[in-house]
Design a protein around this ligand. Structure first.
Ligand code: NIG
Ligand code: FE
Length: 439
């Protein structure tokens, strides 16, 4: 424990009362949504609806870490304030743990608004890619950008995310597709992680698409990923996870298995873009390899659902992507929850399939299209999202010992967050015990 307890004799009761020193205190949360109790394992089934609401709640922190959680009344008695203690009055509003976005492609150059008309006309996402557009369009602009330019552009996106309540996010490479450009992207992610309040978890996604120069020799590109990219990323310590786009016309299940097995052997944790457009069996592969997460799953098979339910792999659902690619089928969230799959939600923020970096938008779509309850949605963007990126020990819930990452919303009932749609309801954001939005 980092803080020092001071023992005082209570003159009225004569017993010993423990006083906790704090340099940050949030009081008067109408609903303090703690999402406590699931740091060891992600929530499944009915657990997803249990979000630990404390009426008139309060949180105290010291050195950026939560030291006490309870009612305002309790904490006013238990917490010893110092001269410099920052007190924040939540004025009866809803307070959530800082939101966790477990799947983003936040570092890229350029934009792809020209694809919108093609999508409206019904040109499929994979056809745009096969014609050299889509991901490959962004690869061209990202290769042409310097690391500094990538940092500058992504910093703006991270500012927007923080202002909308995201305090931790996963960030993938994948628009470089050469050793040099993948390393450049991951170095940009490292620089942002060291200089921006949003905590980033880096993922190497060298196998995001077959670049133009390997069009005639896709297996040669798989060799390049295995023999050169993975060792370079490993040697420089630039990524914690390895991901792959396992999809028809992109990487087959066999190619995905080859890359991911090698990555696992080298000590990377695994993620898979699985069963997004065509049910190839990405979910099954994720469960087989013990991946930390399987993401997308719009067209996951029955067997894939069964295998995920029996595994520790978290299913990261990305309904803003289905919305933006104008897909007909959303991931079968209800069936997954009923079968016991651990479900999380994310934006998939990227320049093509989801130019959406607001988790609040995703939360609204998840209720309406995935038919998830507001409480399930909150579990899915906090503790389960933290599990999907291996950070459930430090973020994703309001509990003693975790980072003091908190969001105050302009709402009196947590269901209001999903009921309203398209307005940023964030009033204040606290990151590691410091007010970073809405001073
Ligand atoms: O998760 N599906 C593959 N990758 C991204 C899209 C990337 C892009 O279109 O630029 C996704 O949807
Ligand atoms: Fe993605």
């Amino acid at each position: 424990m980092k803080w020092k307890a001071v023992y005082m004799v209570n003159p009225h009761r004569g017993d010993i009362m423990e006083k906790i020193k704090a340099d940050f205190l949030l009081l008067n949360a109408g609903q303090l949504v703690t999402v406590a109790g699931n740091s060891d394992h992600p929530k499944r089934g009915k657990e997803l609806n249990e979000i630990g609401v404390i009426a008139d709640g309060a949180v105290a922190a010291r050195d950026g870490v939560i030291v006490a959680v309870g009612t305002t009344d309790e904490l006013q008695k238990r917490v010893e304030l110092t001269n410099g203690t920052v007190c924040v009055d939540a004025c009866g509003k809803v307070v959530l743990p800082g939101l966790v976005d477990p799947h983003t492609h936040v570092v890229f150059a350029g934009s792809r608004e020209h694809e919108l008309e093609m999508k409206i006309k019904g040109v499929p996402y994979l056809d745009i890619l096969a014609a050299g557009g889509g991901i490959l369009d962004t690869v061209r602009s990202t290769r042409a950008a310097s690391r500094e330019q990538l940092v500058q552009v992504a910093r703006k996106y991270l500012d927007q995310m923080l202002a909308q309540g995201t305090t931790t996010a996963e960030a993938k490479s994948g628009y470089g597709l050469t050793v040099e450009d993948e390393v450049k992207t991951l170095e940009a992610i490292r620089e942002l992680n060291n200089s921006h309040p949003v905590d980033l978890v880096p993922t190497f996604l060298g196998a995001h698409a077959i670049p133009e120069e390997y069009k005639e020799n896709p297996d040669g590109f798989v060799d390049l990923v295995i023999e050169e990219m993975l060792p370079a990323v490993k040697e420089k310590g630039l990524a914690e996870f390895c991901d792959i786009f396992c999809e028809q016309g992109v990487f087959s299940v066999e190619q995905s298995r080859r890359i991911l097995l090698k990555a696992k052997e080298m000590g990377f944790k695994l993620k898979i873009h699985a069963d997004e457009m065509v049910p190839l069996g990405g979910a099954e592969l994720a469960a087989e390899l013990g991946a930390t997460s399987a993401d997308h799953l719009m067209v996951v098979s029955e067997r894939g659902i069964e295998m995920l339910a029996a595994s520790s792999t978290v299913a990261v659902l990305l309904p803003a992507t289905t919305f933006c690619v104008m897909g007909e089928r959303y991931a079968p969230a209800r069936k997954m929850i009923e079968k016991g799959v651990a479900v999380a939600l994310s934006t998939d923020f990227n320049p093509g399939s989801s130019p959406v970096n607001s988790l609040q938008i995703v939360m609204g779509i998840a209720c309406r299209q995935l038919k998830m309850t507001p409480a399930e949605v909150i579990s899915a963007v906090t503790i389960n999202a933290a599990h999907a990126i291996g950070r459930a020990d430090s973020v994703g819930s309001i509990e003693v010992g975790k980072k003091a990452d908190l969001v105050i919303f302009d709402a009196r009932d947590y269901r209001y967050l999903m009921y309203r749609f398209g307005t940023n309801l964030v009033e204040r954001v606290v990151k590691s015990g410091r007010l970073v939005i809405g001073g």
